[in-house]
Design a protein around this ligand. Structure first.
Ligand SMILES: Cc1cc2nc3c(=O)[nH]c(=O)nc-3n(C[C@H](O)[C@H](O)[C@H](O)COP(=O)(O)O)c2cc1C
Length: 173
């Protein structure tokens, strides 16, 4: 099973548009795909204790454990992925072990292009997560309303989805 996680809490999130497109592409390839939107599944802030018993944390944790390949869609805030994305990792820790993970990012400008790396590094170091070497990074001009406006971005999502399936199948046949 593949999992697409949309981590933006914004009502008009652009990374959610990327995530939806990726989930549609996965489903069009008839691979099983689950969808979680943190705007609809509120999570507590990680407190290293009672938070782990929260039913929503347990729900998303179970999906992460079950998935062999995961796409994280996230906003870039302060040159990093958003606190909501990091908090999700803090809440679910070891469930990321050996997963294949790709990133779809929405940002305000081009200068935060490397914003994904801190979280990607932590996943690799802590949980031996296999990070896809390709990721999607899109800024405002790539969107028109609730749609992706650039075929180049759509093509990059297609390539990320193909790579996710290829890596996941090779590592977890
Ligand atoms: C608190 C905050 C910090 C931000 N920091 C950055 C940043 O460092 N670099 C950048 O390119 N865009 C930054 N942005 C712009 C967001 O990345 C952009 O609005 C993006 O669309 C957010 O993703 P979302 O639409 O999926 O919520 C920031 C926005 C907010 C609200």
């Amino acid at each position: 099973m593949f999992l697409v996680l949309s981590t933006s809490l914004s009502e008009n999130s652009r990374s959610r548009i990327l995530a939806r497109f990726a989930a549609e592409r996965l489903r069009s390839k008839t691979v099983p795909c689950q969808w979680v939107d943190l705007a609809e599944l509120p999570l507590p802030t990680c407190d290293a204790g009672p938070c782990y018993a929260d039913p929503n944390v347990q729900q998303v944790n179970a999906l992460i454990q079950e998935a062999r390949g995961i796409l994280i869609a996230a906003p870039v805030y302060n040159y990093n992925l958003s606190a909501s994305a990091k908090n999700l990792i803090e809440l679910t820790g070891k469930s990321w072990t050996d997963k294949v993970v790709g990133f779809l990012c929405a940002a305000g400008g081009q200068s935060s292009y490397m914003g994904v790396l801190a979280l990607a590094n932590s996943l690799m170091l802590d949980f031996r997560t296999v990070i896809l070497p390709r990721f999607v990074y899109a800024t405002g001009e790539s969107f028109s309303g609730n749609e992706i406006a650039e075929t180049d971005v759509e093509q990059r999502i297609d390539e990320l989805v193909d790579q996710l399936i290829r890596f996941s199948t090779a590592l977890h046949p």
